[in-house]
Write a protein that binds this ligand. Structure first.
Ligand code: COI
Length: 361
């Protein structure tokens, strides 16, 4: 049930109890949280209710809450940017909320009213606008989340949920910043299987990725590149982002066939590339095709795309203990052009032809 009538109560942190803000050059990623959060609850009888912007606080969760046992947890990642003229801008927030409702349906969780929640988000970010960083490239990362809160140990879909949004000022996701990352191609573990939940942004997908990520990091690589579960042959996505390759002047990325996340940055990159009349193909790409392209000199560049990572150039790929350099380990021209264009649109300094940007007020 979607209760469209909910009112949003606002409880502000008293002025003298506002948190002090972190130094702009020490933001890192996901360590500091703004003063307020949005929260609402759902049960079968009342639908969505108790919608409130309130001081950032701990959740009141029963140890039997079903999310802790059976993993009904979904989330999104989005950002608010400070434009030079002082406006605070969101990037394609409607698409994040639409995707979150698809995740909700897949995980047997209730859908939420996207327009009302977007309104709540805008009010939250306006209230916490001083948390939107002023330093170059930094932004306010926003994490909408929904969890099953019903205390119950029988296995079924929960009948009580909490939805909340928290926000944190962030710098670059990777320590490398916009410099090329190094990637280990995982050929033992898999992230998602056909018919599974790979295209839902659900917490378990990230938990399942940790073992391979730790192993890759021990070998000195930043991230893991996942291959398909059936043949361990076709490229799927990187730990925190979708992946692109430029081969022979064609921009390639794996198709959305259920096992990879339908990234909003991925979609934006595809649209920009098409605007620029770059030939684009969404099709299965085997790891052998990448190795061959590297050997015959047609592999021009590679980069990951994601909200947190933005555009993350890939400088090195290691597969079965042998490694290939991409673009001599440097950032490629397309990655650079896309990064500048996307950040320009997001920060309001470049024309927004696709109407992706939504001002907070
Ligand atoms: C995002 O890019 O927003 C994500 O959710 C990835 C996460 C691992 C930081």
């Amino acid at each position: 049930m979607l209760n469209q009538e909910f009112e949003i109560a606002v409880e502000k942190v008293p002025q003298d109890q506002l948190k002090s803000k972190p130094a702009q050059d020490k933001l890192g990623f996901g360590q500091f949280f703004s003063d307020h959060m949005f929260s609402m609850k759902w049960n079968r009888k009342q639908g969505w209710h108790q919608a409130a912007i309130q001081p950032y606080r701990q959740l009141d969760l029963d140890p039997a809450a079903m999310v802790l046992h059976y993993g009904q947890a979904i989330f999104e990642g989005m950002k608010a940017y400070r434009a030079e003229d002082g406006r605070i801008l969101l990037f394609r927030p409607q698409d994040n909320f639409a995707r979150m409702n698809l995740s909700a349906v897949r995980m047997c969780m209730p859908r939420f009213p996207e327009e009302r929640v977007l309104q709540a988000l805008r009010s939250l970010i306006y209230l916490d606008r001083e948390w939107v960083p002023r330093s170059e490239g930094a932004s306010l990362y926003i994490r909408p989340t929904m969890i099953a809160t019903e205390p119950m140990l029988g296995l079924r879909a929960a009948e009580e949920y909490q939805f909340f949004i928290i926000a944190c000022p962030v710098g670059a996701y990777y320590a490398e910043g916009f410099n090329p990352t190094t990637i280990y191609v995982e050929d033992q573990y898999v992230r998602a299987v056909p018919g599974g939940v790979g295209d839902a942004k659900t917490a378990g997908n990230y938990a399942a990725s940790l073992k391979a990520q730790i192993a890759a990091q021990k070998k000195g690589y930043t991230q893991v590149l996942w291959l398909d579960a059936r043949e361990h042959k076709y490229i799927e996505e990187v730990g925190t982002s979708n992946i692109f390759f430029m081969i022979n002047d064609v921009l390639l990325t794996p198709p959305l066939e259920g096992s990879i996340l339908p990234g909003i940055t991925r979609d934006s990159v595809l649209q920009l590339a098409r605007d620029w009349e770059i030939r684009v193909e969404e099709r299965p790409i085997s790891i052998d095709e990448i190795i061959t392209a590297s050997e015959n000199g047609t592999l021009q560049e590679s980069f990951g795309t994601g909200t947190a990572a933005v555009i993350a150039p890939v400088g090195e790929l290691c597969y079965k203990e042998s490694s290939i350099q991409i673009n001599q380990g440097t950032t490629g021209p397309l990655a650079k052009r896309l990064y500048e264009e996307l950040q320009g649109i997001q920060f309001g300094s470049r024309a927004d032809h696709h109407e992706w940007v939504v001002p907070v007020r």
